[in-house]
Ligand binder design. Structure first.
Ligand code: CMP
Length: 138
């Protein structure tokens, strides 16, 4: 048991064939998969999901990237899930990410950074509900 976080394995990670390795690292690190699917965000989905970044100079690039191919969306459960998952994925910029973290191993750049992790319990709930119906969470 524990609380929850939301993750996406982003289009670059899926394109490069890293789904299995990343999910393995996530479950080996003590996270339980509560919900999961392969899906593709539409432009409207990405603009809504990343609305908080809409004034940033990289917003257009971010929407283009996140919609260019399928992602793996998942809800994960663990004690201290949000903080522990952010530690597991590493810094937003892979150049700053700690050795062994998912972004250090699989991310190409600050923009194409392989994986998403919610930044708060409130956002984990909002982001999980964006992608999954209640009956898809176990
Ligand atoms: P994430 O932190 O999951 O959510 C916001 C995303 O915006 C971030 O991952 C990156 O994919 C992207 N992003 C953040 N900063 C930059 C940047 N400086 N240039 C391009 N993309 C960025």
């Amino acid at each position: 048991s524990g609380n929850k976080t939301f993750t996406m394995l982003k289009p670059d990670a899926v394109e490069k064939g890293h789904i299995g390795a990343i999910l393995n690292q996530i479950t080996e690190s003590g996270f339980r998969i509560v919900a999961m699917k392969l899906t593709q965000m539409t432009e409207a989905d990405a603009k809504e999901f990343y609305a908080i970044h809409k004034e940033r100079p990289f917003f257009g690039e971010l929407v283009e990237y996140m919609t260019r191919g399928p992602i793996v969306a998942a809800v994960l459960e663990k004690e201290n899930a949000v903080e522990d998952f952010r530690t597991l994925i590493g810094a937003t910029n892979p150049a700053d990410a700690a050795e062994g973290t998912i972004r250090k191993k699989y991310a190409a750049s600050i923009g194409e950074n392989a994986v998403h992790g919610s930044d708060s319990d409130d956002n984990a709930k909002i982001e999980g509900a964006f992608h999954f119906a209640g009956r898809e969470m176990f």
